[in-house]
Design a protein around this ligand. Sequence first.
Ligand SMILES: C[S@@+](CC[C@H](N)C(=O)[O-])C[C@H]1O[C@@H](n2cnc3c(N)ncnc32)[C@H](O)[C@@H]1O
Length: 356
Amino acid sequence: MSGMPEVTLRDQTLEKILPEDAFSRMDEMDDRVFYEKDRFVEHLDSLALSTVEKITGDLIVEESPVILDLMAGWDSHIPPRVRPSRVVGLGLNANELEENKALTEVVLHDLNANPRLPFDENTFDVVLNTVSVDYMTRPYDVFRDVARILKPGGLFLVLFSNRMFPQKAVKLWKESGEKDRITLVEDFFRASHAFEKPKVFLSKGRPRPGDDKYAHLGIPSDPVYAVYGEKRAEEGMKKSRPELHVAACGEMAGGNLQARMKTIKDNLCCPHCGQRMKKWAVPQSPFCTWDAEFMYICFHDECPYLQRGWEVMGKQGNMGLSYRFMYDPVRDASLTVPVPTLDALKESIVEEGDEF
Ligand SMILES: C[S@@+](CC[C@H](N)C(=O)[O-])C[C@H]1O[C@@H](n2cnc3c(N)ncnc32)[C@H](O)[C@@H]1O
């Protein structure tokens, strides 16, 4: 990547060595003018938005959290399971913030003009920043100030994707690839010396929803990257947050089948359709020759492997049968399991629900 210098020392951060124009933008017009225009749009496709909401809900473990949505728009992506006592939305467009049903308070504040946040220290349990970190021109100052206003043990969750307003995204972001963007956000955390080591989670390569306006382009669903960290705290004040599941399902658009096969053991995603496979209890029967207790099977009914299977099996004289892709985690082996109907085998699924 062109703009990103190499850092070798463990605790060194990029802050002082980035090029001077790293956080410059094509459009340096006052942000308040740019964001005066209402944009009641979805910034990601529906699957990616549901992932954003799921991650947000999974990581907020506080009972009645006080939340700041930093760089908020008309939707804060907080699932109904979370019952905040207060949600402050800080952003630049008054109409969008007024329409945001999650917010209990609205603050108009230009972070790039003044990265000092207008809140007392130790105010918030959670600070969210969704698809907006690429517009921060002074991210190191902002992350330091987020640490100031978070309570000890509080969560700062930064979520981003690969879409942007190019005229307002900073140069370094635009010139960076996915790995460098993650490294950069981790560096914003690290440079503050106020957070625990940030964690990273990504969800990418999943099939784009059929009703999405870009579905015809054959591109996967918008990727979702989460980099999140907790403000350092004494032992008793630390929160126990769940580990997020590994989500990367490989690049369905670019990667070939063999490459995707190699990643199954890490992501448990079907190499044919990119959907996460389901854990399946192997029947306890003397006729069953598999000695594993569990297998992983792709139960996606539109998986091309299954769909082709009806025809292939028919040509072999096995009319009315197809097969699903199955993975044996003990032997790290890819297998095929025959099915007479779409519902066959589903009764032994042991993990249901919306998985990444
Ligand atoms: C792509 S939108 C994302 C909105 C929202 N977080 C979401 O997930 O839908 C970017 C948001 O960042 C806010 N924003 C951009 N520049 C800002 C600045 N300098 N200070 C404060 N907010 C800013 C805008 O008001 C806008 O709502």
